[in-house]
Design a protein around this ligand. Structure first.
Ligand SMILES: [Mn+2]
Length: 340
């Protein structure tokens, strides 16, 4: 039996469908939503995208931003009544849906989680399709659309938004086909999308070459703060509220900073400590592939992939530095010693 057959039946028998993804939606979540949204609309289904938070500027140039609504209980809860199915992308932890998750539960809406992250407790969802080997959630959506087309004996023909959504999902989650999750299947999917009309440079430029200058200034301040430790195997840096204030930066500009710091020669792990308030910091780890960092993120109350993980800690900036940096050093040194 095909792994999509059950989900396909659920989708076929639903008339009113909600799509959603995590807070601060990334290219994978948004792209997956766009692809399935337009596909379901074409089938005449009533469909709506409601996310826990809004769309970053770069994605507003590619997609019709009015289709990506920020969930507002007062304005949207009435619409949730009578939803047959909620499909949630790139989220395995139900709690990340925040208020929307609470309301779906209260209204007893059927939920499906489609994701490629490892999870401790995927509870809360009624159905799940989790595949850690998939490069992106968008890869899974592509596989589903191929399956659905095949069921009616047709070739998959994608509209502009569907094809661009899938390409953006894949491009952003593989770091533009550079990270270790770049599989032959990912390239095959990209080649099919390009054949169907996607323009790779146009989408790359929309996402990566349209930074507000404040973002680059904030990046400059962040790069200035890089420190090396564990014999150079750890490159850590901070993004403080002071930097934000001086550069005019915003928290949504921070995505991708840790990946950039990982490029330091000799560094195995990059670590960002982002001061969010007097007693809260966001911690981000990126590994080049020798050191697994998800156990470290879990110790701090977070999670993620083996080589890309993070956590939010209830600590001041100084406290976070004093706690997390030594923890990371110890973890890196222990793992490196085992590799010798
Ligand atoms: Mn993803």
């Amino acid at each position: 039996m095909n792994r999509w057959s059950e989900i396909h039946k659920l989708i076929q028998s639903a008339d009113k469908i909600l799509l959603s993804t995590h807070v601060n939606p990334d290219g994978d979540g948004i792209g997956s939503e766009a692809a399935l949204y337009y596909s379901l609309k074409n089938q005449g289904k009533e469909c709506r995208i409601l996310n826990p938070s809004g769309l970053n500027e770069e994605y507003q140039q590619i997609f019709d931003f009015t289709k990506f609504e920020e969930y507002d209980r007062a304005a949207h809860k009435d619409w949730l009544v009578g939803v047959d199915l909620a499909i949630i992308f790139d989220v395995g932890d139900y709690d990340r849906l925040q208020e929307l998750g609470e309301d779906l539960k209260e209204l007893n809406v059927k939920t499906i989680s489609i994701d490629h992250h490892p999870h401790r407790n995927p509870n809360g969802f009624m159905h799940t399709l989790h595949d850690l080997s998939a490069s992106a959630t968008g890869y899974l959506i592509y596989e589903y659309l191929c399956y659905a087309a095949d069921q009616v004996g047709e070739e998959l023909i994608l509209g502009r938004e569907e094809a661009e959504g899938l390409y953006i999902a894949l491009m952003t989650d593989t770091g533009s086909f550079r990270y270790s999750n770049t599989t032959p299947e990912a390239h095959e999917m990209a080649s099919e999308l390009i054949r169907q009309g996607v323009n790779p440079y146009e989408l790359y430029a929309a996402v990566y070459e349209s930074s507000p200058v404040e973002r680059l200034r904030l990046l400059g301040a962040a790069l200035e703060s890089i420190r090396l430790s564990a014999d150079g195997a750890l490159a850590w840096f901070t993004v403080t509220r002071d930097m934000m204030w001086k550069t005019g930066g915003k928290s949504e500009y921070i995505g991708g900073f840790t990946d950039m710091v990982r490029s330091v020669k000799g560094a195995e792990v990059a670590l960002m400590i982002n001061e969010q308030s007097d007693d809260r910091c966001r911690i981000n780890f990126r590994s080049k592939g020798k050191i697994k960092i998800n156990a470290l993120a879990r110790k701090l109350g977070g999670g993620g992939h083996e080589f890309a993980a993070g956590a939010t800690v209830r600590l001041s900036l100084d406290e976070a530095i004093n706690k997390v940096v030594p923890m990371a050093e110890t973890e890196i040194e222990t793992q490196l010693a085992k590799l010798k």
